[in-house]
Design a protein around this ligand. Structure first.
Ligand SMILES: Nc1ncnc2c1ncn2[C@@H]1O[C@H](COP(=O)(O)OP(=O)(O)OP(=O)(O)O)[C@@H](O)[C@H]1O
Ligand SMILES: [Mg+2]
Length: 221
């Protein structure tokens, strides 16, 4: 799945958040969104994932403008193709690891005898074999990120949107998350990663550096 953003403008409460933001992630590639804090990385990721409506511009999937997608089609696009990898975001903390891995599926089998084999297999791939019954609330940050990646693996997501997936992790866990994302790229997924992690950006196929339209809003870091 090729995902392209062309000249995206995002204005919220008369403030310009994104101005002429563009990026192109050909099928099966990983693109890093970099830039200072406040430059709009998360916002662009949300626009690409159709969580935020853009003010103007175009976001296309395989050449088709998806910003006009509404209702059931938008819901199905999400359900069938997109997976987010955010620390402490997008998971239901009080539910089990197994529930979280397959919650995007229309059918949620809550089985007494454990979760289906494909759920357990996805967890094994991210190094969480045998952990499906544990509540997510009891997992570490790195483990939660791996649950998000297990969800992407389980649904065989064509598009993975990752927001700072290695933030606040130690070097070993950063490497683990990086390797898992690269394995998803090798499977054929297209990945867009907002990151301050130079090592992660370096293994991506391309980097898009964003700058805040109104420089006075950029923090000093
Ligand atoms: N829903 C919103 N309403 C109003 N302003 C917003 C909203 N979302 C983001 N912004 C503003 O847009 C700008 C860009 O935010 P964004 O979170 O996209 O930056 P970022 O590049 O991801 O930063 P960081 O590296 O700190 O995560 C910020 O100034 C932020 O305050
Ligand atoms: Mg951000």
């Amino acid at each position: 799945m090729r995902i392209t953003a062309q000249d995206v403008h995002l204005i919220i409460d008369s403030r310009t958040i994104l101005a002429k933001a563009s990026m192109d992630a050909p099928d099966g590639t990983a693109v890093a969104l970099t830039g200072a804090s406040g430059s709009g990385k998360t916002s662009l990721l949300h626009c690409i994932g159709l969580l935020l409506p853009i003010t103007s511009g175009r976001i296309s999937v395989d050449g088709r403008d998806v910003t006009r997608m509404v209702g059931e089609r938008r819901r199905r696009f999400w359900r069938d193709h997109v997976a987010f990898v955010f620390q402490n975001y997008g998971l239901v903390p009080d539910e089990s690891v197994g529930f979280n891995v397959c919650m995007d599926k229309a059918l949620l089998p809550r089985r007494r005898g454990g979760w289906p084999t494909d759920v357990e297999n996805a967890l094994a791939q991210v190094g969480l074999a045998g952990r499906s019954a544990e509540p997510v609330a009891k997992l570490s940050g790195g483990e939660r990120q791996r649950v998000s990646i297990a969800l992407a693996i389980h649904k065989r997501a064509s598009l993975i949107l990752a927001d700072e997936p290695t933030a606040s992790l130690d070097a070993a866990n950063r490497r683990l998350i990086q390797d898992l994302l690269l394995a998803e790229r090798a499977r054929g997924a297209t990945i867009v990663i907002a990151t301050h992690d130079d090592e992660l950006a370096a293994v991506c196929d391309a980097t898009v550096a964003l700058t805040a339209p109104d420089l006075t809003t950029v923090s000093a870091d």
